[in-house]
Ligand binder design. Structure first.
Ligand SMILES: [Zn+2]
Length: 77
């Protein structure tokens, strides 16, 4: 068996795959969407900001909580 076969390249991460598997983070409380680190926008604004109007396929949605709702929960007592 040729030794070279052990050195076949294996590509684990491809840029195209990253784009398709991008998740849109949405606050499940107030429905704002993440437009960056600590930036939360109303969903219409978020879609515009992220340029999703031009995407043929919407990214998946990951439900989470935005900073404001986390704060509100923390302060709730
Ligand atoms: Zn929220």
């Amino acid at each position: 068996m040729p030794v070279l076969s052990l050195r076949e390249p294996v590509t684990l991460i491809q840029p195209e795959g990253d784009r398709k598997e991008r998740l849109l983070r949405m606050c499940s409380w107030c429905r704002k969407v993440a437009a960056g680190d600590s930036v939360w926008l109303e969903i219409e604004e978020g879609i515009k900001h992220l340029g999703l109007f031009h995407e043929a396929v919407m990214p998946g949605v990951s439900h989470t909580m935005c900073d404001a709702c986390v704060d509100a929960l923390d302060n709730e007592d």
